[in-house]
Design a protein around this ligand. Structure first.
Ligand code: MN3
Length: 210
């Protein structure tokens, strides 16, 4: 079963004015579609066919650059579409475990936002900023180059990504040109904290409630 390009969970114009419809359409139908097709081509007829994307990424150091770049691109964009929502933004509510975990591990939401923004701004060239859960069930912020991600065994720090921001120029250039800081700030208006919370809970199903 080949990997499939997912449908977006909202219309291309749903995230305006934060992300414009044209950017979303090109990003999904061209960039994400290409990663998906190229991943399928790279694994066709190999032992990777039929494996989950998570399994492939966990041992990515053993695979070709084509699998690394396109497997990362496939996974990262699947996550990216889902952790945004036209009714998102703000801060996670007190009913979500994630808000207590952010306070515990960063001290405050503002400090988390500062660290995440810093990671997005200081990632030179193309890459991603991430909020992840580590093996000890603590949150951390990191960034990765190109289409790498923290599931990969080549990552500086490994963990389960629960929030990610694409800082490739293709993600923002039509609307923001070189103003990456404005794009990063806008992203905070469309974060789907329900989905981030779900991913936080899935990262450690045995966790007792906060
Ligand atoms: Mn992208």
């Amino acid at each position: 079963m080949a990997f499939q390009l997912p449908e977006l969970p909202y219309a291309y114009d749903a995230l305006e004015p934060y992300i414009d419809a044209r950017t979303m359409e090109i990003h999904h139908t061209k960039h994400h579609a290409a990663y998906t097709n190229n991943l399928n081509a790279a694994i066709a007829g190999t032992e990777l066919e039929g494996k989950s994307i998570e399994d492939i990424l966990a041992n990515i150091s053993q695979h070709s650059p084509a699998v690394r770049n396109n497997g990362g691109g496939y996974y990262n964009h699947n996550l990216f579409w889902e952790i945004m929502s036209p009714v998102g933004g703000g801060e996670p509510s007190a009913r979500m475990n994630i808000d207590k975990a952010i306070e515990r591990d960063f001290g405050s939401f503002d400090e988390f936002k500062k660290q995440f923004t810093q990671a997005a701004m200081t990632r030179f060239g193309s890459g991603w900023a991430w909020l992840c859960v580590d093996a000890d069930d603590h949150l951390f912020v990191t960034s990765t180059p190109n289409q790498d991600n923290p599931l990969m065994d080549v990552a500086d720090k490994q963990g389960a990504p629960i929030l990610g921001l694409d800082v490739w120029e293709h993600a923002y250039y039509l609307n923001y040109q070189n103003r990456r800081p404005d794009y990063v700030e806008a992203f905070f208006s469309i974060i789907n904290w329900h989905e981030v919370t779900k991913r936080f809970n899935d990262a450690n199903p045995g966790r007792s409630n906060f």
